[in-house]
Design a protein around this ligand. Structure first.
Ligand SMILES: [Zn+2]
Length: 261
């Protein structure tokens, strides 16, 4: 199993980060930690070095922070990502968030930054992880107009029509642990082809029973998908893990586990 989206650099893991990763490594093949701000990027890269082939990283800028960076800070961050191209699995999370961002100046900046990161992903030939809150249609439109090839809609919570448009374009939906408490996600995802689904926890967020979430809880997503699609968890795991490996171009070797004494 692969958790394609979590936040291991979050302060909520500061007291036991290594224990959380060790624990996840017993159940999972790989995790992908997402940096949402430049000040998390170096930390995420260090975790990749510490846990080779188990922890991977995507570097991005969450839309709620997009308007906070100066042009110089943004340029410096884009260059940091360029320099670390060979160490990362993708760009993200990036996108649009109309729940938290409502004034027109910040919306304008958020959209401009989103496009800057999409262009960077094209330049570096990396897949992108999208965060779209109240913005799935607009985000889909933008990635299509920018001719993005590898796109995953993180923490998908849209409609059947939206899931069909996403999969028709060979993009992916990522299903998170909030599927356990969302009837909408359960209904929609029961009809999405497994070949277009990947799994995530978004930990430390979206925990079952509102507790701190952890990467190994991605198994709960796999179990739920299996139940909804009438398959065994092993079958679901095989296909969704293969999707994640291909999408992020990561191997199935967990060398940190095999090389650890
Ligand atoms: Zn996230």
């Amino acid at each position: 199993m692969i958790d394609i989206h979590c936040h291991l650099t979050s302060a909520r893991f500061k007291h036991d980060r290594d224990a959380v990763i060790q624990q996840a490594s017993r159940r999972l093949e790989a995790v992908i930690t997402s940096a949402i701000h430049p000040n998390e990027a170096e930390k995420a890269l260090r975790l990749c070095e510490k846990y080779p082939s188990f922890v991977h990283a995507t570097l991005g800028l969450h839309p709620v922070y997009a308007a906070e960076l100066t042009d110089e800070e943004l340029e410096a961050y884009l260059n940091l990502i360029r320099r670390n191209r060979s160490k990362i699995a993708g760009i993200g999370e990036i996108g649009l968030d109309y729940h938290w961002i409502s004034d027109s100046i910040r919306i304008g900046k958020m959209k401009k930054v989103f496009i800057d990161f999409l262009q960077l992903a094209r330049e570096l030939d990396l897949p992108v992880v999208l965060h779209l809150r109240n913005a799935i249609d607009e985000g889909l439109d933008i990635v299509m107009k920018n001719k993005m090839r590898e796109v995953v809609f993180h923490c998908f919570n849209g409609t059947t029509r939206q899931s069909e448009e996403i999969t028709k374009n060979n993009y992916y939906v990522s299903i998170a642990t909030n599927i356990l408490r969302s009837e909408n996600i359960q209904n929609v995802v029961s009809k999405v082809p497994l070949q277009r689904i990947v799994t995530e926890t978004d930990s430390p967020y979206l925990g079952p029973r509102r507790k701190r979430n952890a990467p190994q809880n991605v198994s709960l997503v796999v179990d739920k998908l299996a139940e909804l699609q009438g398959l065994s968890p092993t079958e679901v795991d095989e296909i969704t893990s293969q999707n994640a490996r291909r999408f992020f171009n990561i191997g199935s070797q967990n060398s940190f586990k095999t090389s650890a004494p």
